[in-house]
Design a protein around this ligand. Structure first.
Ligand code: AMP
Length: 280
């Protein structure tokens, strides 16, 4: 596996390898890799010829400077995991490589529509501007035909599809299923911040989602939402931010037709977790 720290190293490697209509797949990450990330690499390997992964903790998508500072960065472990998974190249740029004027903010304000301001966007102001800004830069650097994202960050996939449409980018966006621990907890780089007790308390999020999924044909969505909220509010050490059953395209509260997804965000101790489950 090659390691590229600059856009030009990355592009030299890709152009060396990408002749004859080879398909380039891309998996962007912030590192602290787990089996959820590796599931994206595995899928990319099945469907493309060259697999590029990036590890970049993007400062512009963090609303809380403490969260950015304490974001885990186990680089050696990550490189080993990516190598074992058969990644062709990992791109690990510095902040200055991606934002040459840093810390002066670059102008970036695109119209992602009202969905930007719902759910995660309401709790993390400007988050999806930062996400789309870095993903656009990374797509420009890699030039992928196809890019893989996790359904775990459900709203993120919608926002990236929107950005790709706005810029007419020739890249296919694939959303991959959430990989969970055996007890149901959605894998996340942030889980390592959980103490043993918090980790146990955090299980209420996937339990509430599973409850809604299991009972979706028996009870109304509003009754299910109410019970799920009660379940989470009754759990020790968990502070609910939102629980909603929403339309999969708009993320507005689900209304009769279309497809539905249940989404949740909560703080467990000092760690903010999100999860979701498709219904129907
Ligand atoms: P992150 O490093 O958290 O930015 O995540 C990088 C990519 O991995 C994003 O597309 C995430 O949605 C995806 N991802 C994170 N956790 C999981 C998971 N448990 N299952 C599947 N994909 C995931």
């Amino acid at each position: 596996m090659r390691i590229a720290n600059t856009v030009s190293q990355l592009q030299d490697f890709i152009s060396e390898r990408s002749g004859n209509g080879k398909k380039i797949a891309f998996v962007p990450t912030m590192g602290a890799l787990h089996k959820g990330h590796i599931s994206l690499i595995n899928r990319a390997k099945e469907e493309a010829d060259i697999v590029v992964c990036s590890i970049f903790v993007n400062p512009t998508q963090f609303t809380d400077p403490k969260d950015l500072e304490k974001y885990p960065r186990p680089l050696e472990h990550d490189i080993k995991m990516l190598d074992q998974a058969g990644t062709d190249v990992v791109f690990m740029p510095s902040v200055l490589e991606m934002y040459p004027e840093w810390p002066v903010p670059e102008k970036w304000d695109i119209n992602l529509g009202q969905t930007e301001f719902l759910l995660e966007g309401a709790f993390r102001k400007g988050h999806y501007q930062g996400v789309t800004q870095i993903v656009k830069k990374l797509f420009d650097a890699v030039g992928p035909h196809i890019a893989y994202f996790g359904q775990k960050d459900f709203q993120q996939v919608l926002m990236i599809r929107k950005m790709v449409g706005l810029f007419n980018m020739p890249v296919e966006i694939i959303s991959c299923p959430i990989v969970r621990e055996d007890d149901g907890l959605a894998m996340s780089s942030r889980n390592i911040h959980l103490s043993a007790i918090e980790r146990q308390n955090a299980l209420i999020l996937s339990k509430a989602l599973q409850y809604v999924s299991d009972n979706q044909n028996e009870r109304s969505f509003s009754a299910l939402t109410q019970t799920a909220i009660e379940m989470i509010n009754n759990a020790d050490g968990v502070v609910l931010e939102y629980f909603t059953i929403a339309d999969t395209q708009t993320l507005l509260p689900f209304n009769v037709s279309g497809n539905a997804v249940a989404l949740v965000a909560a703080k467990v101790g000092n760690t903010r977790l999100i999860d979701n489950m498709l219904l129907g």
